[in-house]
Write a protein that binds this ligand. Structure first.
Ligand code: ADP
Length: 641
């Protein structure tokens, strides 16, 4: 039964394990599929998200940055706004137009303008006549001096001639240096004598921007790059100009000889109103590789108070760093997630194995417990059966014991009857002889009485009386057998009882020829019994010994006592003839005697034995190896009673 169940369990376990393996394998396949789809997807999405985010971030940051650039330009230019206005009122410059244009006045004006140029830190300061001829200039002594040059074609001249401030950005036709031109008319009221012009260089701004390593450009309303930290941008156009506009600009010489070549652009994507992504191919932007296209982002905003626009250029690489960083972090996160998942899988497997092991262990224990239970059950059953058999045996024993008791009782009864028969025979034998004698004495007395022989009659009556006394004595001795209740036992001093017995014996004539060695001297020896009756027993044994030792030379009796556990053994040994082997079995029988008729009744030892039994002891006899009889009286010691 149990074997089958084991097999069943084992096969179930195997199936479970198989299922587990399959499950594990499918989980792993699923995981690989999931990772190979989800990882690139999430990474791609994350890259997009980071890109958009960092672009948004950058745009926000750029707004304030560009605001800074914008205000930088405005403040740089505005600080010279009033310089031409003030110079228009300068007496030295005004004096140029008072009367004839005298050389010394021109010279004075030249030096004055030169000083102003240095103090104001501007590119150039010069004065023009109403015809546009430059009469005095701060760079009067330089190779590319403006003196003598005519700039009437410049819009700032035209503005000033109309009576208000002129603003203009241009590339100097003489100096070829870009600058911002501010002009104002010199004169009184509506009369204009000349025009004072301040050329402000933007080189300082450009240097600062170049140092900042940021790519910032400023375009004018035509889309021509006028300010840039990098030379390669300058005077290129962001978009292709219409041929007419381009031609008119070239003619205006605003940008000197610059050909206003547009920057080569490719696809364009609008990110928002102010930002776009453009592919550009600029001969110098990409350094050595001129043919390489590059995607750039350009964010633009107008420079307030001007018709210029500031553009901030940044590259995909700026954003790419953020994306790469995020991707690295994401890849790490993925790696950690995969490793964690693998660890969890491993751990789950381990736990499963442990549980499996525990389950197997539990199963084994359970089987062992069941087996144990079965064994206990079997053993209990066997024990119950054995117990039942034992009970039956006990019952049988009880029955056998009862039978034995019954048999014993029957035997005792038979023994009693036999003893009674023996006793009756003995009594009959003992009594018959005196009764026969009494009868013959009585018959004889009757004859003698008839013959009147009174003395003889009297003698016969004395004989009869003596014989009756003898019969009385016999019946008296038999009384002891009729005693039913056991005697009252008490502690008796053995020394005292022995001494009293020997005193009684001293009257015996036989005692004189016999040496009695009494070794009972310890007064503490005390036995349980009745002193008078124990004396009777001792007296009987000693008298028998004296009888046996009669006429024996060197007759001796030894008396001793020896403790044997709870008992005290009293030995009385003589050096007489001892017992015949056949007699030894019978000496305690009533009426057994080897003595001559009239000398012994054969009741002494049987009475003595009965008395000692009454005391709870035993009376035994045997022959001594050195000859002679030994009687042993075993009695309970008083101390142990
Ligand atoms: P009785 O003395 O009247 O014969 P007992 O019962 O006292 O009756 O003794 C029985 C017999 O035991 C004696 O007749 C004698 O044969 C034997 N007997 C007793 N004591 C001794 C002894 N000390 N030595 C030898 N025989 C003994």
């Amino acid at each position: 039964m149990s074997d089958t169940s084991f097999e069943f369990t084992a096969s179930t376990e195997f199936n479970d394990k198989d299922d587990d393996l399959l499950q594990n394998r499918s989980i792993k396949i699923l995981l690989v599929i999931l990772i190979s789809i989800a990882m690139p997807l999430t990474l791609w999405a994350l890259a997009q998200w980071t890109h958009t985010n960092s672009l948004n971030d950058l745009r926000r940051k750029l707004d304030s940055r560009m605001q800074l650039y914008s205000s930088n330009i405005v403040s740089e230019l505005e600080k010279y706004e009033y310089l031409p206005v003030i110079l228009a009122r300068d007496p030295i410059l005004k004096s140029l137009f008072e009367g004839e244009m005298l050389d010394f006045r021109i010279d004075r004006a030249n030096r004055h303008l030169s000083a102003i140029e240095q103090i104001a830190e501007v590119s150039a300061v010069y004065v023009m006549t109403t015809q546009g001829n430059t009469v005095a200039a701060s760079n009067w002594d330089e190779e590319n001096s403006f003196v003598g040059k005519n700039f009437r074609f410049r819009p700032y001249f035209k503005n000033a001639m109309q009576g208000h401030t002129g603003h203009y950005f241009a590339l100097g036709t003489t100096s070829n240096i870009p600058g911002y031109y501010l002009s104002y008319p010199i004169g009184d009221g509506d009369k204009i004598d000349g025009v004072v012009v301040v050329k402000v260089s933007v080189a300082r701004l450009e240097e600062a921007w170049a140092r900042a390593k940021e790519e910032v450009i400023v375009t004018d309303r035509n889309g021509v790059v006028i300010i840039s930290g990098r030379d390669e941008w300058r005077f290129r156009t962001l978009e292709k100009l219409s041929p007419d506009l381009r031609q008119s600009l070239i003619n205006s010489r605003q940008y000197s000889d610059a050909q206003l070549v547009p920057i080569e652009t490719g696809r364009e994507r609008i990110i928002d109103d102010n930002t776009k992504r453009i592919a550009i191919r600029h001969p110098l932007t990409n350094g050595k590789d001129a043919s390489k296209w590059e995607d750039i982002y350009m964010r633009s905003r107008p420079v307030l108070g001007t018709d210029w626009t500031v553009h901030y250029i940044f590259r995909e690489a700026t954003l790419r760093n953020d994306v790469i960083n995020t991707l690295i972090i994401a890849a790490f996160a993925w790696l950690i997630a995969i490793l964690s998942f693998l660890y969890m899988l491993q751990r789950r497997n381990m736990i499963n194995h442990r549980l499996e092991y525990q389950e197997r262990h539990r199963q084994t224990l359970e089987n062992a417990a069941i087996e144990l239970e079965h064994r206990v059950e079997r053993r209990t059953k066997a024990l119950s059966e054995a117990n039942k058999r034992l009970e039956e045996e006990i019952q049988e024993r009880h029955k056998a014991e009862d039978d034995l008791h019954r048999a014993q009782d029957e035997l005792v009864q038979a023994g009693k009857l036999a003893a009674l028969g023996q006793m009756a025979a003995g009594i009959t034998h003992e009594m018959n002889q005196p009764l026969t004698a009494i009868r013959s004495y009585a018959d004889n007395a009757s004859v003698l009485l008839k013959r009147d022989r009174l003395d003889d009659v009297d003698s016969n009556l004395v004989q009869i009386s003596q014989l009756c006394a003898r019969l009385g004595k016999i019946s008296g001795q038999l009384k002891v057998f009729s005693r039913k209740t056991p005697s009252q036992k008490e502690p008796i001093s053995l020394v005292k009882v022995m001494a009293d017995t020997l005193t009684l014996l001293e009257s015996s004539s036989k005692f004189e020829n016999t040496q009695i060695i009494n070794n009972i001297k310890d007064p503490s020896i005390s036995v349980l019994g009745e002193a008078i009756r124990l004396e009777q027993v001792l007296l009987n044994i000693l008298r028998n010994a004296l009888d046996a030792l009669a006429d024996k030379a060197g007759a001796c009796i030894w008396i001793s006592a020896q403790a044997q556990g709870t008992r005290m053994a009293i030995h009385i040994r003589d050096n007489g003839p001892g017992f015949e082997d056949s007699d030894l079995e019978r000496i305690f029988d009533p009426f057994f005697t080897t003595k001559e008729v009239g000398k012994g009744l054969g009741l002494g030892l049987s009475i003595s034995s009965r008395i000692i039994q009454d005391f709870g002891g035993v009376l035994k006899a045997h022959n001594h190896p050195d000859g002679g009889a030994v009687f042993t009286i075993e009695l309970l010691q008083a101390a142990h009673g």
